[in-house]
Each structure stands twice: as C-alpha cells, then as structure tokens.
Design a protein around this ligand. Structure first.
Ligand SMILES: NC(=O)c1ccc[n+]([C@@H]2O[C@H](COP(=O)([O-])OP(=O)(O)OC[C@H]3O[C@@H](n4cnc5c(N)ncnc54)[C@H](OP(=O)(O)O)[C@@H]3O)[C@@H](O)[C@H]2O)c1
Length: 337
C-alpha cells in the first residue's frame, strides 16, 4: 500500500507569472530499457503517493499509456486535472512550421488532455537519430544550431500558447550563447528550461543566467542517470551516488545518496525530475524533499563536488563534419557552426 505524502509538506516553486508548482516531479523516460507499461504503472503509483508534476515527451514512447493513467486517476477522483502539472516536448523530427502543432495534437490525444501545462522544445535543433542507435551514428541531414530555424519552431510554440493548448512554453538543452541569440526574439518568453543538473554537473553559470531571466530551471538526470543508455556512458563519467562527500552526508542523514542529490537540488532551487519505476525509490525521492534538510555547511560542501561532468552528451545529434559532442555545447562562449 503506497504511503501518501501530504501536499502541504512538499515545498513549492513560484513561476514568473506567480503560479506555484511542486519543487520536484517525476521523469518518465524509460531510457531504452524500461518498458512503457512499467513507466505507466510507476506514474499510477506516483500520483497516489503525492507526485503532482510529470515530465513527459513524445519521444519517450509511452504517452498513450500515461494518458490512460491520468484519465483513470481523474475518473476515480484520485486527483483533479488542475492539481497536476504535466510537461511534454516536441521531438527533433517535428520542428518547424506546422509539425509542432501536429506533434502537440498527438501528445494531447495520447495523454487524453485538453492542454498540457508546459510544452518544451526538447533539443534546440531538428537533428533526428533512430531510436537505439549507437553513439557514433550521424544523420546526414543534421545541422548545427541556427537561431532562424529555432525561432521558426518557437513561433509555433507561441501559437500553441496563444491557442491555449499549453499554459507555458519552455526550452531544453540550451546554452547561454543560444539563449542570448533567441531570448530577445521571443514574443513569449520561456517560463521553464530543462537542463542536466546533478552534483557533479551543476552548470552554475547557466543556472544563474536562467534565474536572472525569471526562468525556472528543471534539472534532469538529478541522480546522475545511473541507467542511461550505454551510448551515453564513458570511462571518465563520475557516478554521483559514489562521490565520497555525498556518501558521507547520506550516512549522516541515514538516507541513500540519491536522496542527498535530490535534497541538494531542491534546496538550490531547481526542480529535479528523478525517474524510478520502483515504488520504494520514487516514494523516498518525494519524501526526502519534505524532511531533514541539508545544513548550510553540507550545501557548501556539495557546491564543491562539481566536476563539470556532463553525462547526456548528445553526440547522436551531431552533424556531419562536427568534431565531437563538445560542439553541441558552445564551450568557448560562441555558437559552434
Ligand atoms: N530534456 C531532456 O533532454 C532530458 C534528458 C534526460 C532526461 N530527462 C528527464 O529527466 C528524467 C530523469 O533523468 P534520468 O532518468 O536520466 O536520470 P535520474 O533520474 O538521475 O536516474 C534515474 C535512475 O536512478 C535510479 N533511482 C531513482 N531513484 C533512486 C533511489 N531513490 N535510489 C536508488 N536509485 C534510484 C532509477 O532506478 P530504479 O528505476 O531502479 O529505481 C533510475 O534508473 C527522465 O526520466 C526524463 O523525464 C530529460
């Protein structure tokens, strides 16, 4: 029997329009190895234990089953639609004029909703890769980031917002140079931005930049994505849950190192969206944000464990002629062409 975590105990964040949303949500990406039905079952359990924010995407291949779960929960009165904050995202092969609307319509049909709460551009370029492809594969049609191409997609995002099909629009996997190029052109600013954030990859500059623009950061892979696809693993990658400072703080609080990653995330100010299909884990992930916070000193220690270790490198989105995954992330402060 799931333990219900009282909503009043879950901290909240405030978006630029004053709206309150939960400080933590649940991810729904099965990472090529968790079957869609298992993810949907976890969403069922997560709603019952108190999650109210869900991070979905068309490319996760499970929105139809998650939609059944939402519809069932509304019908049974477990939760009301207005109580949930549901995110979805347009995938790379549906950018540009027309396709964004089609993609959102398909998501709404699958999720069985009239609107989503936030709709994101999942990656800032239309570079598609086949599901399950290996890390070295290159799509000959892939291109470097172009502000013009991005804005063509963003105009469609703005239309979705104006049509009431989404209440907020957001971006994901951006860099400061890309944001500098596009934010001045946006008629409707993003309310939220998804970025990889965990103790060994804190992206302090990008995080602060977003906060300074009144954009709420959402942190994906908050536990360091231990079960990410093999194509996203290298020998140099840090395992967050094995960082000695995190292990020591976890022992002092009597929790799993995953809980330290999440407490740190919430206390720093991003919204982590951990994924788990195991009830014990997803319940603990939510509950740990409601009790026994980290001390200021522990937060200070954790700010020192950053190793600039990006795990989701995105190399499958590279274009022909690109040198390495670093080209996606504008490391020298200019947009890589
Ligand atoms: N915008 C983007 O481009 C983007 C990219 C990547 C991810 N995301 C989103 O972010 C979500 C989370 O990222 P992620 O799945 O990569 O990484 P993550 O949440 O850091 O790690 C998930 C893994 O951690 C394990 N785990 C979860 N809670 C645990 C606990 N309390 N104790 C021990 N192990 C635990 C889970 O295994 P068990 O299932 O065995 O518990 C799961 O395999 C995704 O599901 C997706 O919604 C977005």
């Amino acid at each position: 029997m799931e333990e219900f975590i009282d909503q009043k105990t879950i901290p909240q964040r405030t978006l630029s329009n004053g709206e309150k949303i939960p400080c933590i949500g649940m991810g729904t990406f099965g990472s090529d190895h968790v079957a869609p039905g298992l993810v949907a079952d976890a969403v069922t359990g997560a709603i019952r234990c108190g999650y109210r924010l869900f991070d979905c995407a068309s490319v996760y291949g499970n929105e139809d089953l998650i939609g059944e779960v939402f519809a069932g929960a509304f019908k049974e009165g477990v939760v009301k639609r207005d109580d949930l904050f549901i995110i979805s995202k347009v995938w790379n092969d549906m950018h540009g004029r027309g396709d964004v609307l089609l993609s959102c319509a398909k998501t709404l049909k699958d999720l069985r909703l009239q609107n989503v709460d936030a709709y994101f551009v999942h990656w800032p370029f239309p570079n598609y890769h086949a599901p399950g492809c290996d890390g070295d594969s290159r799509n000959p049609d892939s291109r470097p980031f172009s502000a013009d191409a991005f804005m063509e997609t963003w105009r469609q995002m703005e239309r979705l917002a104006e049509m009431g099909l989404t209440r907020h629009i957001g971006m994901s996997n951006m860099t400061i140079p890309k944001l500098e190029a596009v934010l001045p052109l946006c008629r409707i600013q993003p309310s939220l931005i998804e970025m990889e954030l965990h103790p060994s990859f804190q992206q302090e500059e990008l995080f602060r930049y977003c906060v300074s623009k009144n954009i709420q950061p959402i942190g994906f892979s908050p536990i360091g994505s231990p079960n990410r696809p093999d194509r996203d693993k290298t020998d140099a990658d840090v395992v967050d849950t094995e960082i000695p400072e995190i292990v020591r703080i976890a022992a002092a609080h009597g929790v799993h190192p995953a809980a330290v990653c999440l407490k740190w995330a919430v206390q720093r100010g991003q919204i982590p969206i951990p994924f788990s299909v195991h009830e014990n884990n997803y319940r603990n992930n939510l509950r740990c944000t409601t009790e026994d916070p980290l001390s200021e000193e522990e937060m200070q220690v954790l700010s020192g464990v950053d190793q600039n270790c990006r795990l989701i490198k995105g190399q499958v989105f590279l274009w022909p002629g690109a040198k390495s995954w670093e080209d996606l992330w504008d490391l020298d402060g200019t947009i890589t062409k």
